[in-house]
Design a binder for this molecule. Sequence first.
Ligand code: FAD
Ligand code: NAG
Ligand code: NAG
Ligand code: NAG
Ligand code: NAG
Ligand code: NAG
Ligand code: NAG
Ligand code: NAG
Length: 445
Amino acid sequence: MKDKIKKELKICVIGAGMGGLCCALALAHYGFENIEVFETASNLGFVGAGIQLAPNMSRILDRLGVWKDIEKEAVLVKETSIRDGASDGELAHVELDYVYETYGYPHMVGHRASLASGLYNGCKAHKVIKFNFSTGLKDVKSFAPKVTFTAVPRQGEPYEVECDILLAADGIKSNTRRDMLKLLNVSADIQDTDQAAYRIVLNRTQLEHDPELLELIDSERVVRWIGERRHIIAYPVSNNTVYNLSTTQPDVNFAATPTETYTTKASKPAMLKVFADFCPKVQRMLNLVPEGEVCEWKLRVHGPLPTWVHGSVALVGDACHPTLPHLAQGAAQAIEDAAVLAIVLAKLPDSSPETINKTLRVYESVRKERAEMLVEWAAASARELHLGKGAAKEERDRQFAELKAKGGKARVPDKWADADVQKVVYGVDCMKIAEERFDELYRSM
Ligand SMILES: Cc1cc2nc3c(=O)[nH]c(=O)nc-3n(C[C@H](O)[C@H](O)[C@H](O)COP(=O)(O)OP(=O)(O)OC[C@H]3O[C@@H](n4cnc5c(N)ncnc54)[C@H](O)[C@@H]3O)c2cc1C
Ligand SMILES: *[C@@H]1O[C@H](CO)[C@@H](O)[C@H](O)[C@H]1NC(C)=O
Ligand SMILES: *[C@@H]1O[C@H](CO)[C@@H](O)[C@H](O)[C@H]1NC(C)=O
Ligand SMILES: *[C@@H]1O[C@H](CO)[C@@H](O)[C@H](O)[C@H]1NC(C)=O
Ligand SMILES: *[C@@H]1O[C@H](CO)[C@@H](O)[C@H](O)[C@H]1NC(C)=O
Ligand SMILES: *[C@@H]1O[C@H](CO)[C@@H](O)[C@H](O)[C@H]1NC(C)=O
Ligand SMILES: CC(=O)N[C@H]1CO[C@H](CO)[C@@H](O)[C@@H]1O
Ligand SMILES: CC(=O)N[C@H]1CO[C@H](CO)[C@@H](O)[C@@H]1O
């Protein structure tokens, strides 16, 4: 019976980002045989950006058979250093070696493209996954009993697609979410966070002449420089050949009309001005960015949605829980969504729309609270890191001092580096939870 369901159910995945690729891969891994992926872009569009590979993400990728290849190009993170942006003085130093011993996988950083191509190659090894690039979902016509949507190819006429289950990993601007909320009469708009980010990649040749900068690219360290309303996080990627910086600052310089992806070409003098009071080491790195290659992102989030599921449609990843990058968990959470979806769908007792609906709601109940908590933590971390003069900052700095006195073993105001936060983020095996709790949760739906 089960195998018959897996053979017959047609599952469409919207979006070939981290969430969509991982959905397709995980479904194939769990034996589904009819999977179609629709992606607006003509190819995988992950250019020059780094990504943190947290242990519980690596574990999922390993179970899906793609971790070894991704790991080859990744860089180990042994330690993190949180520093005062202006003086470069170290506020906290946290060893991350313990992560491997505790969670079974190390904390690594990698290149977004190598994670995406690892997932994509994993997908291609499964003949049951069909990709339809250059084709976007315009709108969802029906959420149940069958799902139908309009697909718009870049060339040619729009056409209707029918499927049994639709998994929408169509990102922060999800059309599927828009249509789902419309049907539910809920308005939930994208929230402006007033934060923007510069993303900077420096290569070895650019840093070679400067011993202090060379030391950074050769390290196994994530550095965070913090200041009022701003910070920079930086680490080496691609086998220490590239040094990656990502900043966060108020979005006051952000061009009025960002592109579809919320990115804009930004001005180098404006960028230098934002970090003008940061230390010389930071200034020298920012100065290496060629004029005309400064790229700024607007950071947006979304309030918690009332639901991620309607009929036989479920939202995945940024479509339902876009997050600020400060916990470095956006992609990891999309991948957790995908893995849990595949596990619960593989347990479908039958293929009726009611059963599909209940099963998708099991996915939601395993995932929603956790993902939304991490979204809130990422926002809270930024508030704490970006404090300006005042009592709150004094308390934070007292905590940094205590952390230092205790050799890195105390609460870390930067949640990303806090052992108790890591215990929740890395120490929860959502696939295991989905396996173990499915029957109980399904009955309660
Ligand atoms: C500055 C910044 C830094 C970040 N750093 C990290 C990090 O270090 N670690 C981490 O884990 N995460 C990080 N993230 C977050 C991470 O990039 C996202 O959370 C993650 O990529 C979400 O994956 P997704 O598949 O849900 O969405 P996306 O990656 O946005 O993918 C959506 C895909 O769907 C396609 N699509 C959209 N609409 C349609 C449609 N209608 N039809 C068909 N296709 C469509 C898009 O073209 C895209 O390919 C960062 C984000 C930002 C902004
Ligand atoms: C660099 O690091 C940040 C923070 O982890 C990451 O999200 C971003 O994609 C990277 N940017 C670049 C330009 O590599
Ligand atoms: C992909 O799109 C083309 C037209 O855009 C369509 O003919 C084809 O059936 C689609 N393939 C899949 C697998 O959906
Ligand atoms: C949404 O509103 C419309 C019109 O007001 C109504 O017909 C419909 O039943 C509502 N749907 C839900 C799910 O509440
Ligand atoms: C390094 O970056 C500079 C500036 O962007 C570029 O001119 C140069 O070709 C790059 N070198 C390598 C080896 O990639
Ligand atoms: C990474 O760099 C080291 C030292 O330069 C080299 O020995 C190793 O082969 C490289 N690994 C890959 C996967 O390129
Ligand atoms: C990487 C990894 O597997 N980390 C942990 C994830 O959560 C489970 C359950 O708590 C742990 O046993 C793993 O070590
Ligand atoms: C088709 C179907 O069974 N839809 C149901 C899915 O679950 C919601 C509750 O969350 C019901 O309202 C729908 O009727």
